[in-house]
Design a protein around this ligand. Structure first.
Ligand code: NAD
Length: 497
């Protein structure tokens, strides 16, 4: 059986812990690979390699860093299909969706190619007589990333291209459920000429994560994953004196006003709720139907939901693939059952769904729950599966109150033809990313991605300008080239003249 190992100092390193996790093909339900779990010593070796590489990478010219990034982008482009195939094989999402993930990750590499423009700094001349002030940003040193299963290529690429472009070196701990895609990203980085040790991967579980959080040579930690772990990461990283950005879970609401185009809204609700089997942090998991739209909208969504083609991600006709594990699939199915007991109407029941020839695959049909009470577990928890809840609200004010009472604030969207209502929503809604007639408003690479409330711990969003600020520290330099007349004693606080 193939073992996925660590990538340290520009080469594969076999794990020695004797601890492994299975890596499944979710479409067949069979274990096809295993991933080695790192020991503390192996994490230390990766950090030592990154620290040694920082000696020269931290001062490498912008020209050298960008030469690598441009070459890397070319190689990623040439290997899109291979990366996507690995994602489909271990995560299960359909190939076209996996290609979309690779493209969105590459956006960040493209942003990083322009890093000289972003790191230009600021200069004020003659702030006082013969005194100039420059603000520059410098790398932090060794930084770490800990990433979730649901975007095994894109989320690592939200982090390391910018970190590296800014002059840092990086240690990545990918999800143990689908580790191969990021491993290939590291191999390609080496092929593109990245010096050994600048990008390292340690596979593992809590042992590896805890060591990264405690390690004195790690300056900053980026995390993307579930809310409980994000909170834990933030607290522990801060306790150990690190800068941290920890992105958590979500429950994204899509508000549909009575004047919306309901066919368009139904299409978008389907795409955003069931794409990638609902395993997206920006998935729409709640539709809030305002006024008298509910019955018609639910009818339109149900009609479309029943027609979706579910099957293995390698089949080009599949629109939705399996879930990540058997346990997760079964947990998602329980939410559908409990919603019915807790007062929701099950309009489409996707539980017990099987795909011919793939009976052992981790498949689940799509479910649509209507009139879901806000006290139901299906409304209160992040399900992270193909289950869409519809909640009815009498007015816009009721709807916004509901959305703003959520503990999460990742993404949200409004569907309407009324510009005034959309404008109010943009200003009033408590979420980090807002769509107007856009159901999954994932910002482009040159804007930053991040939620509010329990969807993000830390004060920097990820990638874009926030990403660059996160991976650099500011320095302000006040310079005077003296003239003999500048001499003399003056104990007063420096003031400008
Ligand atoms: P997860 O929190 O279980 O795992 C994320 C990472 O943390 C993995 O690398 C995992 O190995 C590690 N980890 C898990 N348990 C740990 C522990 N006890 N101690 C230390 N490390 C631990 O998340 P997941 O199931 O891989 O991903 C799905 C979650 O990620 C969802 O909640 C989803 O909303 C969230 N997510 C959020 C965003 C965002 O941008 N806000 C993006 C993608 C996914």
């Amino acid at each position: 059986m193939k073992t996925i190992n660590h990538w340290i100092g520009g080469k594969p390193v076999e794990g020695t812990s004797g601890r492994f996790a299975p890596v499944y093909n979710p479409a067949t339900g069979t274990q096809e690979k295993q991933v080695a779990f790192a020991t503390v010593d192996e994490v230390d070796a990766a950090v030592a390699s990154a620290k040694a590489a920082f000696e020269s990478w931290g001062t490498a010219s912008l020209a050298k860093r960008t030469a690598f990034l441009f070459k890397y982008r070319e190689l990623l482009d040439a290997h899109r299909d291979e990366i996507a195939a690995l994602i489909t094989a271990e995560h299960g999402k359909v190939h076209s969706d996996a290609l979309g993930e690779v493209a969105r990750g590459m956006e960040i590499v493209e942003l990083a190619c322009g890093i000289p423009e972003k790191l230009k700094g600021e200069l004020s001349t003659q702030v006082s007589t013969r005194v100039d002030v420059a603000s520059i940003r410098q790398p932090l040193g060794v930084v770490a990333g800990i990433t979730p299963f649901n975007f095994p290529a894109m989320v690592p690429m939200w982090m390391f291209p910018i970190a590296i472009a800014c002059g840092n070196t990086f240690v990545l701990k990918p999800s143990e459920k689908d580790p191969s895609a990021s491993y290939l990203l590291a191999e390609l980085a080496s092929q593109a000429g990245l010096p050994d040790g600048v990008l390292n991967i340690v596979q593992g579980d809590k042992v590896a994560v805890d060591r990264l959080l405690e390690h004195p040579d790690i300056a900053a930690v980026s995390f993307v994953g579930s809310t409980p772990i994000a909170k834990y990461i933030q607290l522990k990283a801060v306790e150990h004196g690190k800068r941290v950005q920890a992105l958590g879970g979500a429950k994204n609401h899509m508000l549909v006003l009575p004047d919306a185009d309901l066919d368009f809204a139904a299409d978008q609700a389907i795409n955003a709720a069931y794409g990638s089997a609902g395993e997206r942090c920006m998935a729409v998991s709640v539709v809030v139907a305002v006024g008298d739209t509910g019955d018609e909208l639910v009818g339109k969504i149900a009609e479309r939901a029943k027609a979706l083609k579910i099957g293995p991600g390698t089949d080009p006709s599949s629109e939705m693939g399996p879930l990540i594990t058997r346990e997760h699939r079964d947990k998602v199915a329980l939410y559908v059952a409990s919603a019915a007991e807790q007062g929701a109407e099950v309009v489409v029941d996707g539980t017990g769904y099987t795909v011919d020839g793939h009976e052992e695959g981790f498949f689940l049909g799509v479910s649509l729950l209507d009139k879901v009470p806000v006290t139901a577990d299906a409304y209160r928890d992040e399900i992270f599966g193909p289950v869409l809840c519809v909640v009815r609200a009498e007015t816009y004010d009721d709807a916004i109150k509901l959305i703003n009472s959520s503990r999460w604030g990742n993404g949200t969207a409004i569907f309407t033809r009324d510009g005034g209502a959309a404008r109010r929503f943009q200003l009033e809604v408590q979420a980090g990313m807002v769509g107007v007639n856009v159901p999954i408003p994932v910002p482009v690479g040159y804007h930053s991605f991040g939620g509010w409330k329990d969807s993000l711990f830390g004060d920097h969003h990820i990638y874009g300008n926030d990403g660059i600020a996160f991976y650099t520290q500011g320095k302000v330099i006040t310079t005077r080239w003296p003239d003999p007349s500048d001499g003399g004693i003056n104990l007063g606080f420096p003031s400008n003249s």
